[in-house]
Design a binder for this molecule. Structure first.
Ligand code: ADP
Ligand code: TRP
Length: 326
């Protein structure tokens, strides 16, 4: 079974990315042939700063490896190091109905944020994003694609495109199965909304100590006194985050104490910070080692690209032959 997923290098990774996407991907390494890549071509549809893209690409590699991605178990590469994907994207785009892309929520949401006059300035890459994503998946004969709920529709588009190509040119592509994560699907951010880079409400995975403590201590809570019992303790943001980063007994104990009354929000937030810091202590140390040894990290990505490319060239050739090219 080949498992494939991509993550965009669009900013510092946060707890939502970790519990929602990275940890499940790391666990899945045990269950099949894992193919994971950093989607730098995709990031061009929203991030236009070249220096930042280079920085974030390395950061994502460091973050993932520090958190337990094992290069011995998994093929890990940077998308643009296997440029065959863009050629396949062209082939696929010729069997993709415009309507299929026009219906994509992610595209419609981005367009909806613009004024009437600005629609014409939406870049074509954003519109064609799902076609490139389909190419990512189909180029590697992927069987299973683990993604968050927000990507469900893109997987449906991929299956549609694969079916259309197979119908037009004969059986060429494996039809992939999505694996949509429900549980842990929405880690709340500092303001209680879904944690997201675009809402500026994140707790970074490897943020600086002082700044992160300040962020956590700054979480706004209600004005009930510490002594007051809080029957809604399970809805408390710090408790929800504590459940992710602390041992179960600790989180349960704090939840019970908050419910009973007598626990102040300051103490709760302090505990949250300490457990967050501890939870990622080993990964943080590994990340520092990797950051000091960037040649090693680049070599992992080069080796990954080479292995990925060996698969990609075969599948691309299959698609070209089927469609009367090459
Ligand atoms: P962001 O919203 O910060 O820009 P992305 O859209 O780049 O994050 O998400 C990358 C991956 O992390 C996706 O698989 C997404 O489902 C997951 N993810 C992002 N935010 C959260 C969250 N708050 N809770 C759970 N998973 C998340
Ligand atoms: N669109 C995905 C996201 O934003 C990233 C991605 C690009 C991806 N190509 C992929 C995910 C292929 C799975 C498979 O999260």
């Amino acid at each position: 079974m080949r498992i494939l997923t991509g993550i965009q290098p669009s900013g510092a990774l946060h707890l939502g990315n970790y519990f929602g996407a990275m940890r499940p991907a790391i666990e899945l390494q045990q269950q099949g042939e894992a193919f994971y890549f950093i989607a730098d071509y995709h990031s061009m549809t929203s991030l236009t700063d070249a220096k930042l893209r280079r920085q974030y690409t390395l950061d994502v590699a460091l973050d993932f490896l520090a958190c337990g991605l094992d290069p011995a178990r998994c093929v890990f590469w940077v998308q643009s190091d296997v440029p065959e994907v863009t050629e396949l994207a062209w082939l696929l785009s010729t069997v993709t109905p415009m309507g299929l892309l026009e219906r994509c929520h992610s595209f419609k949401d981005k367009v909806a944020k613009l004024g009437d006059g600005e629609i014409g300035s939406v870049n074509h890459g954003l519109f064609a994003y799902p076609v490139l994503m389909a190419a990512d998946i189909l180029l590697f004969d992927s069987n299973v694609v683990p993604v968050g709920k927000d990507q469900k529709q893109h997987l449906e588009v991929t299956r549609d495109i694969a079916g259309k190509f197979n119908q037009q040119y004969g059986q060429t592509f494996v039809i992939p199965e999505p694996r949509i994560r429900e549980e842990g699907a929405a880690v709340p951010g500092l303001d209680g909304q879904k944690m997201s880079k675009s809402y500026g409400n994140t707790i970074e995975l490897f943020g600086e100590e002082k700044a992160t403590r300040k962020k956590i201590m700054g979480i706004v809570m209600d004005s009930r006194t510490p002594a007051e019992p809080k029957p809604d303790a399970d809805k408390n943001l710090a408790i929800q985050l504590l459940k992710l980063v602390a041992p179960t007994e600790v989180a349960t104990d704090y939840e019970n104490r908050l419910r009973a009354g007598g626990l102040g929000y300051g103490d709760l937030k302090k505990t949250l910070f300490e457990n967050y810091w501890q939870h990622f202590a080993a990964a943080r140390a590994r990340r520092a080692e990797l950051a000091a040894n960037q040649d090693y990290v680049r070599q992992i990505l080069r080796d990954g690209a080479e292995k990925a490319r060996a698969v990609a060239t075969k599948v691309l050739q299959r698609a070209k032959s089927a469609s009367g090219l090459g």
